[in-house]
Design a protein. Structure first.
Length: 338
């Protein structure tokens, strides 16, 4: 068992490293693979290699391409980790952040910011999406808590809050039709404006959320057996759920604040990881983080190259991959416990 886990981690790390290297090399300006690898290694502490890249190629790599690759990895890891955490809380492989008000809240926040400012402001838009996402999850959790105990009540309240927020967003858009194109551009997701500053902005929130979720992996394994068993071991199911939901909401909100709405990552990646490494959340959570990061780097590489010099919204790419995978999940899931 220990050997299987070590192999799973090794494959995940290799997958992420290969995705990052491919994302750094592939683009409108072709970079030499060996020179690119040497240039990346040269930035590591105590490593000194002659990269062989021209000053122009170095500018492309470190100022344009690598910031986008790093941001894609952070966003993908955050979305996948939050999806795995939500699935552990609800004991349901068909749950992700979109079902608990996070995506709808972010969409409404971004829409209000665009309409109020007459366009997409680089500073206000991420903040509005971030606050909207957290508010959506908070409303859903409060509504679920007031409706009684149980994960089913919380999930249904999340669906109700998401539908309400989406309806409000539609009303706002109807009143400001001139901003529809900008709003839908954000809703489809994009990393085209990625910068090192954006990664630095969300990294503290993602670090806190990641640590909290990973520390609760063993607790989610106990909760998967049942609340009574968890209480008999001295755990508090309600407190665990609140902590994990809050941490997952923070991770998802940080991700959508800089990328827009990117679907299916938090749904498909954790399910695939469970197929590869087993059901234990002590393993599923960190592997979902690694595989989600690599998956979104590859999806973004595809988004910016498949119709080059134009660019596909990354949400379209993940939907094209995730929709068939979602059907596969539905067909392979024999029973869902709520």
């Amino acid at each position: 068992m220990r050997g299987r886990t070590a192999r799973a981690y090794g494959v995940a790390v290799v997958f992420l490293a290969a995705a990052v290297l491919l994302g750094a090399m592939v683009g409108a300006a072709d970079l030499n693979p060996l020179a690119t690898g040497a240039a990346l290694l040269d930035r590591l502490p105590f490593v000194h290699l002659s990269g062989g890249l021209s000053p122009l190629d170095q500018a492309v790599l470190f100022q344009i391409r690598l910031p986008r690759v790093v941001l894609a990895a952070l966003v993908g890891g955050a979305l996948s980790l939050s999806g795995a955490g939500y699935q552990g809380v609800f004991r349901n492989p068909l749950v992700d952040s979109s079902l608990l008000g996070a995506s709808a809240g972010a969409g409404l926040g971004a829409t209000v910011a665009i309409v109020a400012m007459g366009g997409a402001d680089a500073q206000a838009l991420p903040l509005a999406a971030f606050l909207g996402s957290l508010a959506g999850v908070a409303f859903a959790y409060l509504a679920g808590a007031s409706g009684g105990p149980g994960t089913a009540t919380l999930l249904l309240s999340g669906l109700a809050v998401s539908m309400f927020l989406t309806a409000v967003q539609t009303y706002v858009l109807q009143r400001s039709t001139q901003d529809i194109q900008q709003v839908y551009s954000w809703l489809l997701g994009s990393l085209s404006a990625a910068t090192w500053h954006q990664s630095a902005q969300i990294l503290p929130y993602l670090a806190v959320a990641t640590v909290l979720v990973l520390l609760h992996g063993r607790h989610l394994d106990v909760l998967s057996v049942g609340d009574e068993e968890a209480r008999s071991l001295g755990l508090h199911p309600g407190r665990i759920r609140l902590t994990v939901v809050a941490a997952c909401a923070l991770a998802a909100a940080s991700a959508v604040a800089v990328s827009g709405l990117i679907g299916f990552v938090g749904l498909v990646v954790p399910h695939a990881v469970r197929r590869l490494a087993g059901p234990s959340y002590r393993i599923v959570l960190p592997l979902s983080l690694l595989y989600g990061a690599g998956f979104l780097v590859l999806a973004d590489t595809l988004a910016r190259t498949v119709v080059s010099p134009a660019e596909l919204p990354i949400g379209v790419v993940t939907a094209l991959i995730g929709s068939p995978a979602f059907v596969w999940i539905l067909r392979s899931t024999r029973s869902v416990r709520t």
